[in-house]
Design a protein around this ligand. Structure first.
Ligand code: SF4
Length: 373
């Protein structure tokens, strides 16, 4: 994995929205989560698979991967197949595309000390294609105007534009655990205009620790998210909402609350978690104390329990069919489809109220049916 720069491409969505967050985050200690380590392992495996498929004789990293499992293997395989398909597709209009794996991409022309490692770069005549593997499950990542991908593309343009005269930049996020392949294309001119007019001036502010604080969804990846005053003010505005008249909320007021409630909930839980950790380490918050949470009974030695139950003449185990995800991991996607495709159904999901900008189509409700009749 790349050593992260002060203004990293991967955090660019955050510092482009809230420039002073970059310096604040840089002052905090780095804490590498198990998810990040798992992602690093998955990237190593992906790199190995593609290099091997390209006939480049790489070293197999598998035995050194702490988080290696069947699912990771399947994900890396499907990433490798996808990359190879893209290379074949490029070959259909360019006999000799350039393919770079784990390529250092330097976009410091626009972002002070900006560089990062791109998973895969394919250059075929006038088209530059950047592919980024995401192992994460938590957030669905889209390629549309994604500043991380655009920074990578700028780094690749810096390296290759003078050789290839690139006209189109294509960017793909491959996120197998969310069944997400998201691609976005733009012209080189559009990308460079964004780089000069948005990226470079905002990065300059961020580098100096200047600019306006701005809270929003991007706060979820900020290291000061629990203690940031701006985020607190932003969320507490809701609490100050003037509910005086009338006694019950109007629909427009509920809509105003709905627009902020997800951020409010995630901010509140970040503050709670932060305060708990601080309290455990000795901070006293007036009016609060630490208590033991609920816990359930558990076995001290599972083998001994099984033995004792069998000895008493009972069967201690239950046999359960694997769930769809675990079964897919066991069989691999292709075999799963072959063997079980006709046994899979997807029940209608529970209704959820989401902003109109959400990409999912609106659901037909009973009230809609009633209105139509
Ligand atoms: S929590 Fe949000 S508003 Fe505060 S510094 Fe971080 S990104 Fe900016």
């Amino acid at each position: 994995m790349a050593k992260h720069a002060f203004l990293s491409a991967s955090a660019s969505h955050r510092w482009l929205s809230c420039p002073p967050s970059a310096k604040l985050c840089a002052e905090q200690e780095d804490q590498v989560s198990p998810y990040a380590k798992e992602g690093t392992d998955a990237h190593s495996l992906c790199e190995y698979k593609v290099e091997k498929a390209l006939g480049r004789n790489p070293e197999d990293p598998t035995e050194n991967l702490d988080y290696y499992n069947n699912e990771m293997e399947n994900c890396a395989e499907s990433y490798c197949s996808f990359v190879m398909e893209q290379i074949e597709e490029a070959k259909s209009h360019c006999p000799d595309p350039q393919v770079l794996i784990e390529q250092r991409l330097d976009f410091s022309k626009w972002v002070e000390k900006g560089f990062e490692t791109g998973d895969c770069v394919i250059i075929a005549d006038d088209t530059l294609h950047i592919i980024d593997y995401k192992h994460g499950l938590g957030v669905l990542v889209q390629a549309d105007n994604n500043p991380q991908m655009m920074c990578y593309a700028l780094g690749a343009l810096e390296m290759f534009d003078f050789i290839y005269d690139i006209k189109t930049v294509k960017m793909t996020i491959f996120q197998p655990r969310r069944e997400n392949i998201s691609t976005f294309s733009m012209s080189k001119e559009e990308l460079l205009t964004w780089a000069d007019e948005v990226l470079a001036p905002t990065a300059a502010l961020a580098y100096e620790g200047k600019g306006e604080f701005k809270a929003g969804e991007h706060c979820q990846f900020c290291k000061v998210k629990a203690t940031c005053r701006k985020r607190a003010e932003y969320n507490l505005e809701l609490a100050k909402y003037d509910f005086a008249m009338p006694d019950t909320l109007e629909e427009t007021e509920i809509a105003a609350i709905l627009a902020k409630v997800d951020n409010l909930v995630s901010w509140a839980s970040d503050v709670k978690e932060y305060a708990l950790q601080q309290a455990i380490s000795g901070t006293h918050y007036e009016g609060f104390k630490i208590v033991e949470g609920r816990s359930n009974r558990k076995y001290t030695d599972e083998d001994a329990v099984a033995f004792a139950v069998k000895d008493a003449g009972y069967d201690p185990y239950e046999k359960k069919l694997l769930g769809v995800t675990a079964m897919t991991t066991l069989l691999g996607k292709k075999k799963f489809e072959e063997i079980l495709g006709s046994y899979i159904t997807k029940p209608q999901g529970k209704p959820a109220l989401v902003p109109e900008t959400d990409k999912r189509p609106a659901m037909n409700t009973a009230a809609d049916d009633f209105n139509e009749n």
